[in-house]
Design a protein around this ligand. Sequence first.
Ligand SMILES: Cc1cc2nc3c(=O)[nH]c(=O)nc-3n(C[C@H](O)[C@H](O)[C@H](O)COP(=O)(O)O)c2cc1C
Length: 448
Amino acid sequence: MTRPLHLNLYINGCGHHAAAWRHPLSSVEQLGSIAYFEGLAQTAERGLFDAVFFADGQAIGPVADGPGGFLEPITALAAMSRATTHIGLVTTVSSTFYTPFHAARLLASLDHISDGRVGWNVVTSMWDAEARNHGLERMPTHAERYDRADEFVQVVLALWDSWADEALHYDRAGRFADPAGVRSIDHVGEFFRVDGPLTVPRPPQGNPVLFQAGASDPGRALAARRAEAVYAVAADLPSAQEYYRDLKHRILQTGRQADAVPILPGLVTYVGSTEAEALAKQRELDELLPAADSLRQLAQFIGQDCSAWELDDPMPSLVPLGEFTGPQGRYATILQICSTVAGHAGGRLSVRQLLGRLAAGGGHATMVGTPEQIADEMIRWVDERGADGFNLMPPTLPTGVDDFVDHVVPVLQQRGVFRRQYAGRTLRSHLGLARPVGRAPLLPATRG
Ligand SMILES: Cc1cc2nc3c(=O)[nH]c(=O)nc-3n(C[C@H](O)[C@H](O)[C@H](O)COP(=O)(O)O)c2cc1C
């Protein structure tokens, strides 16, 4: 019997395909309009998704290539919470650039505003360009970023716990709040000094739900210790299973219940009433990619000149990973896509198809087909322990999420693996996570 699966909508501008904004019918002019994002959240809620999710960066790339950012996520989610009633609202907050007090306050406020629907994807950020928007020359080292993230999460949790659930009395003749229920945290650590208490009473969920998406060893270690749900990257089922096994094992080793932490790999879907129609949708987008730019980018990834390559020719053979001297991660993904994905009519993948795959989700899984084919493949990933659900990354928005909600969700429901109504109103409830009861003990005293 398949376990019920979780669905999260990863919202990204006009969609996750790098050329989505170039489509004549794209929503590119609406990226500054909150009505557009409210509509996306309403569609995901109609599809009974657990949550919508925004990634976040602190710098943008070349602006001619497409939208790299627009509305700040927490501000947008506050508005989107007012246009929806049940769906969870997950935002990214970087532990490298915020302070824990700032993060705890914003997220606690949003949890109150939304009546308990907030999740926090804690990231350590990646780019020097981001550091240079925050007073630093370059990013702190990977190890330092994760040490800071660890302390950051501890302090945020302590701040949310600085108000007891029952602290508010609203007693007009007596006390507004019980002073015994509100405490300072008096934290002095390696990175932060925070007295507390928080300026916001305890969030409705106790703590907003903590998500993590790190792939490195310290990233996985942080997820194992702290995450209540995990976003993952896996191009195919074997790599999803490897990650799933490793992370669930690490969670068990920290003394936590591994089943209680859903792992959600990213998933790009092209849905058609026939497989041919789905493939045509994919091809239409791939053809919008500016060829010269994409080939130039590919040349960087694989360390050879591809400017003379014909887009519709089969991909030339590439040297094995061990012989490649450039950055390994992306190259491994490219080799994996070339070796596991068949091209049209079962032949070798064309150059254009590889570029399209890289342009839509990169190393994330891609499923192209009818609603039944996609639903069955998703169920296989869950049955074979590669996933507990998916972080849906539609190549186009809003059409990609419309297709999924109207056609794939009903099949998942018929197969008995997806809810037909929300059982509760908080994100914790959708994810099957318990609400933290009472307050955690204070951090070990750090003051002299
Ligand atoms: C679905 C998903 C969303 C992510 N969103 C962000 C983001 O918004 N901002 C960011 O800086 N990193 C983001 N990341 C990257 C990771 O969380 C992590 O910071 C990065 O992988 C570097 O850590 P690592 O070395 O442990 O992998 C995301 C990763 C995934 C899989």
